[in-house]
Design a binder for this molecule. Structure first.
Ligand SMILES: Cc1cc2nc3c(=O)[nH]c(=O)nc-3n(C[C@H](O)[C@H](O)[C@H](O)COP(=O)(O)OP(=O)(O)OC[C@H]3O[C@@H](n4cnc5c(N)ncnc54)[C@H](O)[C@@H]3O)c2cc1C
Length: 257
């Protein structure tokens, strides 16, 4: 049950509230998940007035504050169409209007296409206090055990890479059982993230080019079994989806030439 509610006007005030060791308090984004969790007596620190709702270009990267709503990302002209497609598949309009980027990253599971795509793009997260920057790929496997700070203030990802994802779900409205997202930089660097099972998405490959992408996917999901799909299915289909992503990226590159 939510026992205390705070709405600080700055990041510093939010930090001070969350640093109070005598109280169990949690940062709150849109509250879509937090309000449903049975957390016992908890206080929430609502981040909506802290100014973390900006989106800006930073050289070749785009920065989105932790309180940017998913609906805003989905309609922003600088956000890659594949990211917007991922959000549209993952989340209904009602939840998109409330859920925040920070809350989504902190609580989405391995079956989120949006999170898998941001992982493929080598997204960096900044945490308060101290503005510590952490690559999402280093943080996600430890999420829930270690935290680089009290809350995420912003996420930053590359705008230039070509990006494609493919997924399988048992029905059009069902959540994915397999997700493959591929980001490819102009240098050839190719980064592949997999999702569709488990607590978080994972990185299957980050190489100087796309060679071995199929083998990397097969190996990464060799044992990826759960009640929704056999490991045999995931390790056979993930390489095919990865190659399909590459075909789509090649077609885009050709059309740009
Ligand atoms: C109807 C519905 C459908 C959903 N569908 C999916 C789905 O398809 N895939 C999926 O993965 N998830 C799904 N979820 C869960 C989803 O991840 C969360 O509901 C939502 O993204 C949380 O965003 P929020 O801003 O509302 O976070 P909140 O509910 O405010 O917070 C969620 C958690 O994140 C923490 N948090 C919030 N902001 C920050 C921050 N800036 N830094 C660090 N921690 C923070 C909170 O303390 C809390 O532990 C669904 C939830 C609902 C209610």
């Amino acid at each position: 049950m939510i026992q205390e509610y705070f709405r600080p006007a700055t990041v510093d005030e939010a930090v001070a509230l969350l640093q109070d060791d005598e109280k169990l308090r949690k940062p709150m984004g849109g509250g879509t998940s937090l309000s449903r969790l049975g957390l016992g007596q908890v206080g929430v620190v609502d981040l909506q007035d802290t100014g973390l709702d900006q989106i800006e270009n930073r050289g070749q990267r785009i920065m989105a504050g932790a309180m940017v709503r998913l609906e805003t990302l989905m309609t922003h002209p600088r956000v890659h169409p594949e990211i917007q497609r991922a959000i549209r598949i993952d989340v209904s309009e009602n939840i998109r209007n409330m859920a925040s980027l920070g809350g989504w990253l902190a609580s989405s599971d391995g079956r989120s296409i949006f999170t898998t795509v941001l992982l493929a793009l080598d997204t960096t997260l900044t945490w308060a206090p101290g503005d510590e920057r952490v690559r999402m790929g280093n943080w996600l496997p430890l999420r829930g055990q270690e935290s680089p700070g009290l809350f995420i203030t912003e996420a930053e990802w590359w705008m230039r890479p070509h990006l494609a994802f493919e997924y399988v779900a048992r029905s059009p409205k069902d959540r994915p059982i397999l997700i493959v997202a591929v980001a490819q930089w102009g240098s050839g660097r190719t980064r592949v993230a997999l999702g569709g099972t488990g607590e978080t998405s994972i990185i299957a490959m980050d190489g100087p080019d796309a060679s071995g992408i199929d083998v990397a996917c097969r190996d990464a999901y060799h044992d990826a079994e759960d009640p929704w799909a056999k490991a045999l299915y995931r390790r056979e289909v993930a390489p095919k989806l990865a190659l399909r992503c590459l075909d789509r990226i090649d077609a885009i590159i050709e059309s740009e030439a």
